[in-house]
Ligand binder design. Structure first.
Ligand code: LLP
Length: 425
């Protein structure tokens, strides 16, 4: 069920008219639906009910404190990739003991910070990282909980920029090296081997590659167990895609169906060979939790007929929403108050000085200057990937709850953007 629907001739987020939000908070503004957010999280939570499982929301998708708080209160853990993200979890009141730390380049300072917060697990991606973590934990007089991120070399069949599970990617330990890497880790005194992890890519529409990755992890867990290295948790990563609304787009697998199949395999494996060994299953979903919960609300500045194309110049740009410029991602654009009359075909572009600054191409729109447009399904990798290019302040963010609208991030003002700069003395 969508929480963004047209009624009385205009687009609403739950019970709030987007036009009224634009009036009060200006544009561009990210507008999120609380009910959509909680509904998406509950799809995971419900499928995990009664099992030893933890949903660690991949907060890189959207790390607004209010969103983290809502999810933390629902029981979520968090998948982080920096010390900054950990401090956001803490600031939002989340539980660091439900945090897993992913990423290929963890600094010593980040390791110390995470260890001092007693996080659940480090997803370690290389042998040098194992050695560094062992040394840092040793200096602190503690042991660090570790999973190895194994690269199962399965083809996630997604955009090359967001596929991460192939041999050619920088991520994880190669499947063929995993055993030797676990043995090396087991010999390090300040590490505690807890689990195994993988993340094969993002915007996956089909769960077959994920289940294939699961089979490879299970095989490794059995091999390690035979050597006396007993793992307690299995982290399958994130990656489930969402519907962006492009014509002909295949629908993504439903979260409940995917988790049902995954748990069925795990149950069958445990019944066959591991009846006594409990295993905690960890998920790291990002996009499937927040992607369809937000829109980017923007206003038409100019309609500019071109020699070959018509341009609809809006006040949001690539600095606000990078996905089209970076991945040629297709995002749906909806008029907030649809007009009668003939549509023209436009490229929807922003004010930034780059030809790559577009949000949508070749869209039939009946619009006039001053109209509001909503870029749909922009809740994931929107604000978090935004920049200040062209000295543009980041957009405001609001969360709608029924008819109530809460400002959860103020619009950045120009003075904020150069507050940390200084002249040469
Ligand atoms: N875990 C790890 C280790 C990850 O690297 C990612 C995403 C996730 C979990 C969450 O994946 P998700 O469930 O959201 O697919 N900026 C791109 C997506 C980059 C994904 C990076 N890693 C986009 O806008 O499409």
């Amino acid at each position: 069920m969508s929480h963004f629907t047209h009624h009385h001739g205009q687009l609403h987020a739950e019970g709030a008219a987007l036009a009224a939000i634009a009036q009060q908070y200006g544009t561009p503004t990210y507008v999120y639906s609380k009910a959509a957010l909680l509904g998406n999280f509950d799809a995971y939570a419900d499928a995990c009910a009664g099992r030893e499982a933890l949903v660690c929301y991949a907060m890189k998708a959207n790390s607004n404190l209010a969103i983290l708080d809502l999810l933390a209160r629902r029981g979520a853990g968090f998948d982080i990739v920096s010390g900054g993200e950990l401090l956001r979890v803490v600031a939002a009141g989340g539980d660091p003991r439900k945090v897993i730390f992913s990423g290929v380049g963890k600094s010593e300072a980040e390791m110390r910070l995470a260890l001092s917060h007693d996080i659940l697990c480090f997803n370690v991606e290389s042998i040098p990282e194992l050695h560094r973590l062992n040394r840092v934990a040793g200096e602190m007089g503690i042991t660090a909980p570790v999973s190895l991120r194994v690269n199962p070399n399965v083809d996630a069949k997604t955009h090359p920029y967001i596929a991460t599970g192939l041999k050619a990617n920088k991520f994880g330990v190669a499947f063929d090296d995993a055993l030797a890497t676990y043995r090396a880790a087991a010999a390090l005194p300040h590490l505690r081997l807890e689990g195994i992890d993988c993340h094969i890519g993002s915007q996956l529409l089909d769960d077959a590659p994920l289940l294939e990755a699961l089979d490879k992890l299970i095989e490794l867990i059995d091999t390690l167990g035979a050597e006396g290295i007993v793992l307690r948790h299995l982290d399958i990563g994130g990656g489930i895609g969402i519907n962006y609304g492009e014509a002909g787009e295949a629908p993504p697998v439903a979260v409940g169906d995917y988790l049902g199949r995954l748990f069925a395999r795990i149950d069958a494996w445990r019944a066959a060979s591991h009846a006594g060994a409990p295993i905690k299953v960890v998920f790291e979903p990002g996009r499937s939790i927040v992607g369809d919960t937000g829109v980017l609300l923007t206003r038409v500045e100019y309609l500019k007929p071109g020699a070959e194309k018509n341009f609809c110049v809006v006040d949001a740009a690539m600095n606000d929403l990078m996905r089209p410029a970076l991945y040629q991602a297709w995002m749906d654009v909806q008029p907030v108050r649809p007009r009668a009359g003939a549509a023209l075909v436009y490229d929807v572009v922003g004010p930034v000085c780059e030809s790559g600054d577009w949000l949508a191409r070749g869209r039939a729109l009946a619009v006039q200057e001053g109209d509001l447009l909503a870029v749909m399904a922009a809740g994931a990798y929107g604000l978090t990937m935004s920049s200040n290019y062209n000295t543009r302040g980041r957009a405001a963010e609001v969360i709608v709850d029924g008819a109530a609208v809460h400002l959860v991030r103020q619009r950045e003002q120009p003075a904020d953007l150069f507050a940390l700069e200084s002249l040469i003395k």
